[in-house]
Design a binder for this molecule. Structure first.
Ligand code: ZN
Length: 461
């Protein structure tokens, strides 16, 4: 495949979704403040911005200090500049990242607190994008979420504005999904390297892999079981933060490519399933107390119905939508509505249409899922945030669904809209005792201790 053909495939989904990609002839310069760049949060911000931008344009330049990566990032022992080259070339082998000062016509994103025409700053749970100086408090925690949110939101806004002058200010926090910052004192702290337990990831599309990517920026202390039957294609490279051009060239399966990433960053226990869930021996042999958490990021083959039929543990996942939005959804057993309340199984198409825009491709007689690169990153990031919060005392802090809106006509903002229990859903006739037995011993079992939805309570009596 020649370079032009490769970019056509790589950009295919953005073109279907928005009818355009970033201008491929104007450089975006990421300038990192030396003070911010010496810190974990600043390094997270530029790594995420680079990973996302490298999947959208080959024209990236860096004005960054010469620093080593700091813990708890997984690539310590590498310099930041070296890692930025690796991230860029893994996503796009034809890109030639430049390290240089700004030039006329560059679009400059300034990563740091100080005033600029496009300031990007995230720390703790908070994110700021806009002109002028960031008003955010500098967090004393090692939290990758705020800086990742700032980087993702900035690039979403840059794309929405078609690289026009940055607007704002845009303030977001990923702790309680508000448009104002939250202070460290109001949020329970993380362990330095939190243990997440056993995670089963059903669906390794862009969102499923993005969840894992954002989690691994902070911790590798979890066991992952990966379910997916698909191969990595060039068309997947614009939206997954972990798939590489080499994965696509080698026609690696998504479970193999994801395992390679997880092993490279230091996740020691990884298991794989290449069969669909409805034929998976691992799934049907699932024992009570396993897994601790289910990241259900797939829609096909009535997968949510299969999951709900087997009384699953805590589920957290992200979805992308047709109007430039990304959502995080949570199902706490016996407390929240289930995933079939949201995606009814008797209309299997509804799941796909709700989760991501489906575009007809008449010439080939098939339909394909599409989303913009930053939407998949945002959905994965929001789910990762919710997973990290699930281990904190006092969880949950918000309702079971929150959506980030990034459409050009609105300011980037979160809106939480709870998912309620659906009439006649299978969870309404679920036996609470069986549910309790299936989640007994899981890390997040106590979340189900206090609340039982009214229909489930009636069933239990
Ligand atoms: Zn339900």
């Amino acid at each position: 495949m020649d370079e032009i053909g490769w970019y056509q495939k790589r950009n295919d989904r953005s073109l279907r979704y928005a009818g355009r990609v970033l201008p491929q002839d104007r450089s975006i310069l990421l300038r990192l403040s030396p003070e911010y760049g010496a810190r974990f949060d600043g390094q997270v911000a530029i790594l995420v911005a680079t990973n996302l931008l490298a999947r959208m344009t080959p024209c990236i330049a860096f004005d960054v200090p010469e620093v080593d990566l700091v813990a708890p990032l997984p690539w310590t022992g590498t310099t930041l500049r070296q890692r930025l080259i690796e991230v860029t070339s893994a996503a796009d082998p034809s890109a030639v990242p430049e390290f240089r000062a700004a030039r006329d016509h560059d679009y400059i994103l300034y990563l740091g607190q100080e005033a600029s025409v496009a300031t990007v700053h995230g720390s703790g749970w908070n994110a700021y994008v806009g002109t002028g100086a960031s008003p955010l408090p500098v967090s004393g925690t090692t939290n990758p979420i705020g800086p990742s949110l700032a980087a993702t939101t900035a690039i979403a806004r840059l794309f929405a504005l078609q690289m026009g002058a940055m607007d704002g200010p845009h303030l977001l926090n990923a702790f309680d999904w508000q448009s104002k910052p939250v202070r460290d004192e109001r949020t329970p702290p993380f362990d330095l390297s939190p243990r997440l337990g056993s995670l089963w990831v059903v669906g390794l599309g862009s969102v499923g892999t993005a969840v894992l990517y954002f989690l691994t920026l902070l911790t590798r202390r979890f066991a992952a079981t990966l379910f997916d039957m698909d191969f990595v294609k060039v068309e997947n490279l614009d939206r997954s933060p972990i798939f590489t051009a080499l994965d696509a060239h080698s026609r690696l399966s998504k479970v193999d490519a994801t395992e390679l990433y997880l092993q490279a960053v230091g996740v020691k226990r990884v298991a794989k399933e290449g069969e669909p869930l409805d034929q998976s021996q691992i799934w049907f042999a699932r024992e009570a107390g396993t897994p601790d958490l289910l990241i259900s990021a797939a829609n096909e083959r009535n997968v949510r119905y299969i999951i709900e039929k087997s009384t699953p543990p805590l589920q957290i996942y992200g979805t992308t939508g047709a109007n430039w939005e990304a959502s995080v959804i949570r199902h706490i057993p016996l407390v929240d509505a289930c995933s079939c309340c949201l995606f009814p199984p008797d209309t299997p198409q509804a799941a796909t249409v709700c989760a991501t825009e489906t575009f007809a491709q008449p010439a080939m007689g098939e339909s394909v899922d599409a989303a913009l690169p930053f939407l998949s990153f945002a959905a994965g990031l929001m789910a990762a945030a919710e997973i990290l919060k699930a281990g904190l005392s006092g969880y949950p802090f918000t309702s079971n669904r929150t959506t980030l809106y990034t459409h050009p006509t609105v300011s980037p903002r979160f809106i939480s809209t709870p998912v309620g229990q659906r009439e006649a859903c299978l969870c309404g006739s679920r036996n609470a005792a069986i549910s309790r037995r299936m989640i007994e011993g899981t890390k997040y079992q106590s979340l189900s201790a206090n609340g039982v939805t009214s229909k489930l309570r009636a069933t239990a009596q």
